[in-house]
Design a protein around this ligand. Structure first.
Ligand SMILES: Cc1cc2nc3c(=O)[nH]c(=O)nc-3n(C[C@H](O)[C@H](O)[C@H](O)COP(=O)(O)OP(=O)(O)OC[C@H]3O[C@@H](n4cnc5c(N)ncnc54)[C@H](O)[C@@H]3O)c2cc1C
Length: 434
């Protein structure tokens, strides 16, 4: 495949959060013409800190953006578990608990990818796909947008998150299952006041009624990212309410949640980036159309929910493999589709596994249940936070692996030879460039 032919291929990517722009980043490098359409009127802000690890970190390193990731580190100092009166039960530092040195806000990550793609990608905000027609006679795809526009593309990638509409439009939701996990979640920003308790920590407050609240700092914006999570066996339809109705629901559910809940509710009304969802996993039999010209990527294809802690990592790694396979198999999209699945489905399958007691075991109905759970976290904190355990961990892992060798950790496939357009990164805090 010559560079000239590759340059003619056009790709419409629907969804401008993580998976979409990550795919645009790589496709630009391989000489495709990319368009991202985002339903939101602007780059969507919001979200809490997200982890970038494993394959996700490798994908970011291949982009040359590890330095930028570190530069955007939230600065979170560790994790603290308390009860509603702020009595501390567990405290862990960076590296010994859930906080690592690659904590970045979801909105910041999306912005980083936007900055790195906006020069080469056509970004369209405030529009979305309403019709997708694969034309066999011309071997292309006609896409109709809500704005009334009709355009022709060679490929379409749907990266619209777990509740994707474009997925339904393009695939009819055949072979796609949305499996709720009985949990509501919401994220929004509130001011980080000087005397905010545990303001430099990921502060998790466990409450009775199977509820939790958490706050994570954003020092640059002088805000705290507030989050709530509560169990609900069935959807109560909150996710479909208007923003003001959702705010009223949160205020009602957390009105007896103690001092932290009061502070959260006080600021909730003014918050402009509320994200409220009834969590579910997406299981899709196939991630592409029969022709290999329409694809699912990111949460639209394999949402595992934030409880797996891998959503962003899977998105960047999956977008990397999808783009690489499209570059590698430009004359054979069916093969590209097959290789995308062969390379990435085993990783997704492993990552999507939730232990059977998660999330139920984390959330307690009674005050006593919360006390017992918090005391358990104290013991866990001693074990995992102990300097001795941290120091000995590599030795223990080493000895363990001699007796019980596990499959060697694979790295992502290499597509460097297909790069035709080594774009200069906008970021100044770069490391290794692809
Ligand atoms: C506002 C927000 C906050 C989040 N906060 C967190 C968090 O704190 N922690 C966490 O673990 N995960 C969070 N997530 C989810 C996390 O971003 C994803 O799990 C993961 O990064 C996968 O990214 P994605 O690009 O596949 O999907 P998403 O991040 O869900 O992004 C999908 C994008 O597609 C857009 N979109 C939706 N429908 C259409 C349509 N019909 N046409 C065009 N565009 C459409 C959405 O506006 C969004 O920008 C958040 C997602 C969003 C949108």
């Amino acid at each position: 495949m010559s560079v000239a032919t590759a340059a003619k291929k056009s790709v419409l990517i629907s969804g401008g959060s993580i998976a979409g722009p990550a795919a645009a980043f790589w496709l630009n490098r391989y000489g495709f013409k990319t368009t991202v359409v985002e339903r939101w009127p602007e780059l969507r802000p919001g979200g809490q800190s997200i982890d970038v690890a494993h394959y996700g970190l490798e994908a970011v390193q291949r982009m040359g953006l590890e330095g930028e990731l570190r530069a955007r580190f939230t600065g979170e100092k560790g994790t603290t578990f308390t009860d509603k009166n702020n009595q501390v039960y567990m405290q862990l530092g960076v590296g010994s608990g859930p906080t690592n040195e690659f904590e970045i806000l979801r909105g910041d990550f999306a912005d980083m990818l936007y900055q790195e793609t906006k020069a080469d990608t056509e970004w369209i905000f405030g529009d979305y796909i309403i019709g997708v027609n694969e034309r066999l006679s011309t071997d292309d795809i006609e896409v109709e947008f809500k704005s009334g526009k009709k355009e022709i593309y060679d490929y379409v990638i749907i990266a619209e998150g777990a509740r994707s509409w474009g997925r339904k439009t393009a695939f009819g939701n055949k072979g796609i299952e949305y499996k709720p996990i009985g949990t509501y979640i919401a994220y929004f920003s509130i001011p980080l006041e000087q005397d905010t308790p545990f303001g430099d920590q990921w502060h998790v407050i466990w409450l009775s009624g199977q509820r939790a609240i958490y706050f994570r700092p954003d020092f640059k914006a002088k805000t705290q990212r507030a989050g709530i999570m509560f169990l609900s066996k069935e959807s109560k339809g909150y996710e479909k309410l208007s923003e003001s109705e959702q705010k009223a629901v949160i205020a009602e559910i957390y009105k007896d949640g103690g001092i932290n809940a009061e502070r959260m509710i006080k600021h909730l009304d003014k918050s402009e980036d509320l994200y409220f969802e009834y969590l579910g996993q997406v299981h899709a039999e196939k991630w592409s159309s029969e022709s290999g010209k329409i694809y699912l990527c990111g949460d639209s294809a394999w949402c595992g929910t934030p409880l797996i802690g891998m959503g962003t990592s899977l998105s960047v790694a999956g977008a990397y493999i999808l783009s690489g396979e499209l570059a590698k198999n430009q004359n054979n999209p069916r093969l590209a589709a097959k290789s995308y699945e062969n390379n990435f489905r085993p990783i997704v399958k492993e990552a999507q596994k939730l232990p059977p007691f998660i999330p139920r075991a984390l959330f307690q109905e009674s005050e006593w249940g919360v006390k017992i759970w918090l005391n358990t976290t104290t013991v866990l904190g001693w074990i995992f936070g102990s300097r001795l355990v941290i120091a000995l961990t590599p030795t223990i892992v080493n000895i363990w692996s001699r007796f019980f060798p596990t499959e060697e950790k694979k790295t992502l496939p290499d597509y460097e030879q297909y790069i035709t357009n080594p774009i200069k990164l906008v970021s100044t805090a770069t490391t290794k460039k692809a």
